[in-house]
Every structure is written in structure tokens, then in C-alpha cells.
Design a protein around this ligand. Structure first.
Ligand code: FES
Length: 421
């Protein structure tokens, strides 16, 4: 049994843990209330939370699928199920209970607790609780999403020729991610367990209204990681399509692609996704582990190969039907130019014409020691990929996007970037 303890010498009192962590104990750092879910441990940018063993406490009685059990008090439902022999899955289709984000964002681990469906990873067991591991037939999926906004740049799967217009799309961000990138570029979404859990229809209605407000045709979902709750995402795209039946509407998914199996891609395209941006976080598994913080090597191998296979499957089967943009991260502290060049070779073999978008990773989250790549470095990355023969290479830089024809910034992106500083 674990509990979280704050290391006060490392804590900067930023308050982020209490703002974004859905602490089942009610307040991060209250040892006597802690149920050891680890959400604050994962979310703290200062690594000021440590998990410690707590002595076994008294037992509480619970019912799981109508069978009675005793489990230690002050643990999560997920932990209770694990103690009772349920196998925890980290990849869809594996294990009895799928646990991906571990912070209450994705609802992959949802079970019925008394009369409500709740994420088991951040729900505490209490005496007399009734748990049903199978969700009700009529259950409408939920997950946490937030931040609907007009976006001036778009994401990896946004066609380059649109970038730099006033707004190119509206975007919404799904909370929770299966990766633990130490330099996570959107970590207040990734570890956010406090937003409202929307049904697909509720989220689609808000997105449709945002489309109207920002006067755009493209509707994007990113994260965190938006693919974690498959049932939710498929239904969300369906609802969005029902609300946006005009020919101009575009349905865009940006993803780390680590659980995007071929059948999942087929289903996404089937329900109407028109634009997709898979991210490839390294050619070598070691690089993938460094960038994503995935500690389990076997899982890292699976995630890494799933992402590359997803990209290939998309190109082989949907190139003419779906706009595909592939993302690569660059920061010299995380990946070498030589590896970027080898990634370029692999992409060239799959499709020399695909849009390649290189993201300049900034110092964020726990890697504030790294420097944002300079403009010159990003031009070097651009030239390296262009010299391979890739037709459409764009790079994010401190002055906005460069490429695809020349390594010069798009004028509109440049002015936006200067204005926002
Ligand atoms: S794994 Fe529990 S909500 Fe994501």
C-alpha cells in the first residue's frame, strides 16, 4: 500500500497539483487521507511528491460483481481489483482492466461504483461499496476534454498551406495520456483530472458552436491523448458529423498513435475522420523511451511499433481519402540530427510526399533544463529532411513555421509569434 508525501524542499508552492490533480483524498499532501493513486506523483512538475509504503490499515468490506470481499481501506478501486486478482492492462485488449492515463482523464478504467460509473484509478474504496466491472448496456461513454479554442496554427495533421491564416481550425484537448514525457508540451492537460467528463454528444455540440464562432471548417481534437477511450472518440466523431453535414467540414485527430491499431484506424476513417496527424517519437526504442518516459521496455516496444505501423497503414490504405501529416519531435537533448535523418529515410521509403512536421520541443514540465532549439538548428533539421528528398517538410521555430519550399518563416506566423511575445 502506498501514500504520497510532499518533499517541501522541492515544492515550489506553484499550486498546480491542487488545480489539476483529481485527488481522491480531497487535497494533495494530506497523508492521512491519501489513497495512493499516484496522480499527484505523476503530475508534479518539480518531482516534489514521493510515494511511500504505508503500514496495512484495517479492512473494509466491498462487493465486486455481487461477490463479497475484504480489502484494505484507503486504496483505489483499481488497486482493490488488482489485489483481488484482476490483471491490469496497459494496452487495449490486454488484461481485465485497462489503465492508461492513471489520473482520471480518459475513463478507460471506468467501472460502476454504487450507482455511478467512475474511473477506478482515482476512486477510493469505502466500506459497503458495490463495484460492477462490466459497464451497463446503456452506458454512454464519458471522458474529460477542455480548452475549445480557435487555433491559428493547427497541429501535425493540419495541411501546411493553411497554417498562418487567422484561425485555421477549432481545437479541443482530451485530458489524460498514456505517455510520461518528461518534457510534455501540454502537461496541464495531460495530468488534468478535474475537468468535466463530457459525453461525446455534449463535446460535439460545443465544438460545433466553436466552429461557428471562429468561422472555420476544421474541427480538431488533440491532447493529452485523444485516442485513449476508443468508444468515446468514435462516438464523438459520429456526433460531430451528424451536426456538421456540409461538404466543407473537416474532422481532424492529432495523436501519439501508440495504441492506434489498424482496426482502430479503419474505424476512425469509417466514421468520418478526414485529417490525421500521428507522431513518431524516435526511430530507436531507446529514443522513444527517453522522449516518452515509458519505463516498461516491453510496453515501449509495443507503443513504438504501433505508432510506426499506424503511419504505414494510413499511407498504404487511406492516402487518397484522408489528409495525413506525420510529426517528429526535435531537441538536441532528446534526439540527434543523425536519427532525424534516419527517420527521414524511413518516411521517404513509406511516402516521399507526405507532410512532415517537425516540432521544436521547448523546456517544459520536468525538463526545464533543456533549451528550445534555435532558429538555426531548426533550419538545419529542415535541410536534412529536404536533402533526403522529402517533398513537404515544415518545421516549427521560434519565428513560426518554416517550409515547405524555402527555410523562411511564413510571414503571418512570424508576426503572430512576435505579437504573442
Ligand atoms: S486510466 Fe483511469 S481515467 Fe485514465
Amino acid at each position: 500500500m502506498l501514500y504520497a508525501e510532499r518533499i517541501f524542499s522541492k515544492c515550489s508552492r506553484c499550486g498546480v497539483c491542487n488545480e489539476i490533480v483529481a485527488c481522491p483524498g480531497g487535497e494533495v499532501g494530506r497523508v492521512e487521507k491519501c489513497v495512493g493513486c499516484e496522480a499527484c506523483y505523476l503530475a508534479c512538475p518539480n518531482e516534489a511528491i514521493v510515494m511511500k509504503e504505508k503500514p496495512k490499515r484495517r479492512d473494509v468490506k466491498i462487493k465486486v460483481d455481487d461477490e463479497s470481499f475484504s480489502v484494505p481501506e484507503k486504496i483505489t478501486v483499481r488497486k482493490a481489483l488488482e489485489l483481488l486478482g484482476y490483471r491490469i492492462g496497459r494496452f487495449p485488449g490486454e488484461g481485465d482492466l485497462l489503465v492508461l492515463c492513471e489520473v482520471g482523464g480518459c475513463y478507460s478504467c471506468a467501472v460502476k461504483v454504487d450507482d455511478e460509473v467512475k474511473p477506478s484509478c482515482i476512486t477510493s474504496v469505502i466500506d459497503g461499496m458495490r463495484i460492477e466491472t462490466r459497464l451497463p448496456e446503456n452506458y454512454i461513454p464519458r471522458r474529460l476534454v477542455h480548452g475549445w479554442m480557435g487555433h491559428p496554427v493547427g497541429g501535425v495533421g493540419t495541411p501546411w498551406w493553411l497554417k498562418g491564416k487567422h484561425y485555421v481550425e477549432t481545437a479541443v484537448f482530451a485530458c489524460g495520456c498514456n505517455l510520461r514525457c518528461p518534457q510534455c508540451q501540454n502537461w496541464t492537460t495531460t495530468y488534468n483530472g478535474k475537468e468535466y467528463a463530457y459525453t461525446p454528444k455534449e463535446a460535439a455540440i460545443i465544438m460545433t458552436e466553436a466552429r461557428r464562432r471562429y468561422g472555420v471548417d476544421r474541427m480538431a481534437i488533440s491532447g493529452g491523448e485523444c485516442t485513449l477511450n476508443r468508444q468515446w472518440l468514435i462516438q464523438y466523431i459520429k456526433e460531430l458529423r451528424m451536426l456538421n453535414t456540409d461538404a466543407n467540414a473537416r474532422f481532424h485527430v492529432d495523436t501519439n498513435a501508440t495504441i492506434l491499431t489498424k482496426d482502430y484506424i479503419d474505424e476512425l476513417v469509417e466514421v468520418g475522420v478526414t485529417d490525421i496527424g500521428p507522431d513518431l517519437k524516435g526511430l530507436y526504442v531507446e529514443t522513444f523511451i527517453r522522449i516518452t518516459g515509458t519505463k516498461d521496455r516491453e510496453l515501449a516496444v509495443k507503443y513504438h511499433s504501433t505508432a510506426w505501423n499506424a503511419f504505414k497503414h494510413l499511407i498504404d490504405n487511406y492516402k487518397d481519402r484522408v489528409f495525413i501529416g506525420v510529426g517528429i519531435p526535435y531537441n538536441k537533448s532528446l534526439i540527434s540530427i543523425e536519427e532525424i535523418s534516419k527517420i527521414g529515410d524511413e518516411i521517404y521509403k513509406i511516402d516521399p510526399e507526405v507532410q512532415v512536421c517537425v516540432l521544436d520541443y521547448r523546456p517544459e514540465f520536468r525538463r526545464r533544463d533543456i533549451s528550445r532549439p534555435s532558429f538555426k538548428e531548426m533550419v538545419e533539421v529542415w535541410k536534412t529532411l529536404k536533402n533526403i528528398g522529402l517533398k513537404t517538410v515544415i518545421c516549427q521555430t521560434i519565428y513560426g513555421h518554416i517550409g515547405p519550399e524555402k527555410p523562411t518563416p511564413n510571414y503571418k506566423s512570424l508576426t503572430d509569434s512576435i505579437v504573442s511575445k
